[in-house]
Design a protein around this ligand. Structure first.
Ligand SMILES: NC(=O)c1ccc[n+]([C@@H]2O[C@H](COP(=O)([O-])OP(=O)(O)OC[C@H]3O[C@@H](n4cnc5c(N)ncnc54)[C@H](OP(=O)(O)O)[C@@H]3O)[C@@H](O)[C@H]2O)c1
Length: 279
C-alpha cells in the first residue's frame, strides 16, 4: 500500500475506508464491521468516521471492527462545529473515545467551519494532543482562505490534514487548495472519491474507456485518479464485500499520462477559482 507522509514524518496508507451511513441500523452493524475488517485485511487500515455519523453509531461499528487489532489502525474522527469550543472539543473527544473503545484518536478533524473561533478549536486540539488523547489534528471542508487563516495561528502549522470533496467530476481544489496543502505538507483526504451517488460518476465514458484498457473497473480508475497526487488520501466507503475487494485493487493501478489526458477531456481541470464544492 502506498503511503502518505503527514507533517512530522509519520506515514499512513493512501487508501482508507469511509463509514458514513454505517451504524444507522442495529441489524446491519455486524455486516458493516465485517466489511471494515475485510478492508483492514486488504491493507486499508486508515478508517474515517465522525461523531455525526449515525449519531455516534458509526464510531461504534469502528470499535467492533478494531477489536483485537487497534494498534494496526489509524482512526480518524471528527468533531461537529457546534461542539468546537475549548470545552466542547474536549467533551466531544471523550464521548468519541468511549464509543470507539480506544484511548486515542489518531487524527481528529473539525468537520466543517462553524461559529466558534478557530483559535479556540485549535487550542483545544493542541491540549488533547498534549494529553495523548489525539495524535494529530486537522480540518475538513476548509477552502484556501480558511487554511490561510489557520496558518496565522500560533499552532496553525500543526494542521495535518484537510478532508474535502474530490473526485474526477469535482476537482475545483486543484486550482489552489490542493497546491496550497501540498506545498505545506498538509494531507488532503479525498471524501466521496466515487462521487457518493456512484452511478453517475461510474458511468463516465472516460473512466470506462481507461478502465477497459487496464482491465480494471471505473471505480478503480476513479480512486487511482485521486491517488496520483502524493499528498492525497482516498477514503471510499463500502459495505459490500465485492466493492471492498475492487477498491483495494485500485492501490495497484497506476494511470498513464494518456489516461489522465483522456479523463481531463471529459472532466476538465479548473481554470479559475470557484468556491469549495461540498456534498
Ligand atoms: N468530511 C466530510 O464532510 C465528508 C463528507 C462525505 C463523506 N465523508 C467521508 O468520506 C467517505 C466516503 O464518501 P461517501 O461515503 O460520501 O461516498 P463514496 O465513498 O464516494 O461512495 C460510497 C458509495 O459507493 C458505493 N461503492 C463503494 N465501492 C464501490 C465500487 N467499487 N463500485 C460501486 N459502488 C461502490 C458504496 O456502496 P456499498 O456501501 O453498498 O458498498 C456506497 O454506496 C464517507 O463514508 C465519510 O467517511 C466525509
Amino acid at each position: 500500500m502506498r503511503q502518505v507522509t503527514l507533517p512530522g514524518g509519520e506515514t499512513v496508507p493512501a487508501l482508507g475506508q469511509g463509514t458514513w451511513y454505517m451504524g444507522e441500523k442495529r441489524g446491519a452493524r455486524k455486516v458493516e464491521a465485517d466489511a471494515l475488517r475485510l478492508g483492514i485485511d486488504l491493507g486499508m487500515t486508515l478508517i474515517d468516521t465522525a461523531e455525526m455519523y449515525a449519531n455516534g453509531g458509526a464510531e461504534e461499528v469502528v470499535a467492533d471492527a478494531s477489536r483485537g487489532q487497534r494498534d494496526k489502525l489509524f482512526i480518524v474522527s471528527k468533531v461537529l462545529p457546534s461542539n468546537a469550543s475549548r470545552t466542547g472539543v474536549a467533551e466531544a473527544c471523550e464521548r468519541s473515545l468511549k464509543r470507539l473503545n480506544t484511548d486515542r484518536i489518531d487524527l481528529y478533524l473539525l468537520h466543517w467551519r462553524g461559529g466558534h473561533p478557530l483559535a479556540d478549536t485549535v487550542a483545544a486540539f493542541e491540549k488533547l494532543k498534549q494529553a495523548g488523547k489525539i495524535r494529530h489534528w486537522g480540518v475538513s471542508n476548509f477552502d484556501t482562505a480558511d487554511m490561510n487563516e489557520i496558518a496565522t495561528l500560533r499552532d496553525g502549522p500543526g494542521c495535518a490534514a484537510n478532508q474535502v470533496l474530490y473526485h474526477p467530476a469535482s476537482r475545483g481544489i486543484e486550482f489552489d487548495l490542493l497546491p496550497w496543502c501540498a506545498a505545506r505538507g498538509v494531507a488532503i483526504m479525498a471524501y466521496s472519491p466515487l462521487g457518493h451517488h456512484v452511478s453517475r460518476l461510474l458511468a463516465s465514458p472516460a473512466l470506462t474507456a481507461v478502465a477497459r484498457r487496464h482491465q480494471a473497473t471505473p471505480a478503480q480508475v476513479a480512486l487511482a485518479w485521486g491517488l496520483r497526487h502524493p499528498n492525497v488520501i482516498s477514503i471510499p466507503k463500502a459495505s459490500d464485500l465485492s466493492h471492498l475487494r475492487e477498491n483495494a485493487g485500485a492501490a495497484d493501478l497506476v494511470l498513464t499520462e494518456g489516461d489522465i489526458a483522456e479523463i481531463d477531456a471529459v472532466h476538465p481541470p479548473p481554470r479559475r477559482k470557484a468556491p469549495l464544492d461540498l456534498l
